[in-house]
Design a protein around this ligand. Structure first.
Ligand code: NAD
Length: 426
C-alpha cells in the first residue's frame, strides 16, 4: 500500500453520519497512504439489503415497516453489528453504523467484519406482540443474510435481550435446529454471556480511567456527566461512580438532571426500571438537554445517539475528556474545535467497543458450548480494552493526530493488511 492517494474532501453544509465517518476515514487513509483501489474497496459496503415487513397490528390493520441490513466489510470474519429500532432509521445511518463496526472490530482485534441493521419503527408505540411480529418477519426476510458464521446481529437502540431471543428462535425454526450463535446479547438462559449487558458501559469506564490516568486525574476528584440513561449510559454512570467519581449530571429523552452534590445512580436506575424513563426523578434539578452537555465537569460521556456534539456547542463544552459511549455522538465538524481546545476525545470505535468484545466472547462460548465465569469475562474484556487504548494512544502520538484518527489508523491498517494477505478473488 504505497501509492499515495489523495482526494479532496467533500464540502458539507450539513452533518450526516456516513459523511462524518468518511471524513475521519479519509484522514487516516491519507496517513496510511492507501492505494486508490483499496480505499474505494474499504469505504464501500459489500452488501445492502432492504426488506419490507408487513405486520397485522393489534387493531387488525396491516401496517408496512421497512428494515435494512448493511454488511460493510467481512474481510476479518463474519460480519457483526446491532439492530436498531427507531423512527428515524435510514439507510445512510445504517451504512455509517456498519462501517463503524468494521473499524471497531478491527481495532479490538476481534475476528469479525462490520454490519448493522435497523427497522424504521417507534418501539415505544408498539405492543410486545407487534414488536415480536416485526422481529420475526424481519429475521425471516433476512435468512439469507444472517448466520452464525456469516452475519451475527446484536442489540442496539430500541432492541434488547428479548428481541435477540425472538430473532434466535425464528432463525433456529427456519434452520430446523437451535443456532444460538446467530445472535449475541441474548438472555443467559438461551446462550447469553455473563457480563454482556454491562460490557459496553464497563468498556467505557476502563478507557475513561485510562485517559484520566494520562492526565493525572484522580477518580475521587473527578466529576462526570452522562447523556443518555439506557444500557450504555446507566451502566457507565454506575461504574464511574463505583470508581469514586461524582456523577453530577444525567439525561434521557425526558431531559437533563443535575445535582452538584452527586446523583444517586442506583436510585435513578431504580426510577427508570419502575417508570421506563427518568421523567419525575426527584434526586436532581431538571435542566435542558443542551445545558447538560455544557455543564461544568471533568468527564462527559455522551451515551444516547449521533450528532450531539456539533460545531454549534463544541466551543461551549467544559469537560477535559469526552468518552464516546454512543456511536457517532460528535460530528466531524466538531472534531477540530474540540482538538483546538485541548479536549481529549476517546472515540466511539474505542470507547464503546466493550459491547462487541463481549459479544465475541458470547459467540465463542456458544460455539464451544462451554460458558465462562463473570470474572473471566471481565478480566479478558479489561485486557483487550487496555491493550487497544494503549495502541491507539501510541499511534496517535506517533502521527501527532487525535485519538480518533489514531484509532482509525490502527483499524484501517489492520483491515488493509488482511486484505493484502487474502488477496482479491476474481
Ligand atoms: P438504549 O435504547 O438502551 O438507551 C438510549 C438512551 O438515550 C435512553 O435513555 C434514551 O432515553 C436516551 N436518549 C435518546 N435520545 C436522547 C436525547 N436526544 N437526549 C438525551 N438522551 C436521549 O440504547 P443503548 O444501547 O444504551 O445505546 C446508546 C448508544 O450507544 C447508541 O449510540 C448505540 O449505538 C451505542 N452503543 C450501544 C451498545 C450496546 O451494547 N448497547 C454498544 C455500542 C454502542
Amino acid at each position: 500500500m504505497t501509492t499515495e492517494y489523495k482526494e479532496p474532501g467533500p464540502v458539507l453544509d450539513q452533518d450526516n453520519p456516513f459523511e462524518s465517518m468518511m471524513q475521519r476515514f479519509d484522514k487516516a487513509a491519507e496517513i496510511l497512504q492507501l492505494e486508490k483501489g483499496v480505499y474505494e474497496y474499504l469505504k464501500t459496503p459489500v452488501k445492502q439489503v432492504t426488506v419490507s415487513i408487513p405486520i397485522q397490528m393489534d387493531n387488525g390493520q396491516v401496517e408496512l415497516f421497512e428494515g435494512h441490513r448493511v454488511i460493510h466489510n467481512d474481510i476479518l470474519g463474519p460480519s457483526k453489528g446491532g439492530i436498531r429500532y427507531a423512527p428515524d432509521v435510514n439507510i445512510d445511518e445504517v451504512k455509517a453504523l456498519a462501517a463503524w463496526m468494521t473499524w471497531k472490530c478491527a481495532l479490538l482485534s476481534v475476528p469479525f467484519g462490520g454490519a448493522k441493521g435497523g427497522v424504521k419503527c417507534d418501539p415505544t408505540k408498539l405492543t410486545q406482540v407487534e414488536l415480536e411480529k416485526i422481529t420475526r418477519r424481519y429475521t425471516a426476510n433476512m435468512m439469507d443474510v444472517f448466520g452464525d458464521d456469516k452475519d451475527i446481529p446484536a442489540p442496539d437502540m430500541g432492541t434488547n435481550e428479548q428481541t435477540m431471543a425472538w430473532l434466535m428462535d425464528t432463525y433456529s425454526m427456519h434452520m430446523r435446529k437451535t443456532v444460538s450463535g446467530v445472535v449475541t446479547g441474548k438472555p443467559l438462559l438461551i446462550g447469553g454471556s455473563l457480563g454482556r449487558r454491562e460490557a459496553t458501559g464497563r468498556g467505557v469506564m476502563i478507557v475513561t480511567l485510562g485517559a484520566m490516568e494520562k492526565l493525572g486525574m484522580k477518580p475521587k476528584e473527578t466529576t462526570v456527566v452522562v447523556q443518555g440513561f439506557g444500557n450504555v449510559g446507566s451502566i457507565s454512570a454506575q461504574l464511574m461512580k463505583m470508581q469514586g467519581c461524582k456523577v453530577v449530571g444525567i439525561s434521557d429523552v425526558t431531559g437533563g438532571y443535575f445535582n452538584k452534590r452527586g446523583i444517586d445512580i442506583e436510585k435513578a436506575i431504580d426510577h427508570v426500571s419502575k417508570n421506563k424513563t427518568l421523567g419525575g426523578f426527584d434526586g436532581a434539578d431538571k435542566i435542558t438537554q443542551s445545558e447538560l452537555l455544557e455543564l461544568e465537569c471533568d468527564v462527559l460521556i455522551p451515551a444516547a445517539k449521533e450528532d450531539q456534539i456539533t460545531q454549534k456547542n463544541a466551543g461551549k463544552i467544559k469537560a477535559k475528556i469526552i468518552s464516546e459511549g454512543a456511536n457517532g455522538p460528535t460530528t466531524a465538524k466538531a472534531d477540530p474545535i474540540l482538538n483546538d481546545r485541548g479536549i481529549i476525545v476517546i472515540p466511539d470505535i474505542l470507547a464503546n467497543a466493550g459491547g462487541v468484545t463481549v459479544s465475541y466472547f458470547e459467540w465463542v462460548q456458544d460455539r464451544v458450548g462451554y460458558f465462562w465465569s463473570l470474572d473471566r469475562v471481565n478480566r479478558r474484556l479489561e485486557r483487550m480494552m487496555k491493550a487497544s487504548f494503549d495502541n491507539v494512544y501510541e499511534t496517535a502520538a506517533k502521527h501527532k493526530v487525535s485519538l480518533r484518527i489514531g484509532a482509525y489508523v490502527v483499524a484501517i491498517d489492520r483491515v488493509a493488511r488482511t486484505l493484502k494477505i487474502r488477496g482479491i478473488y476474481a
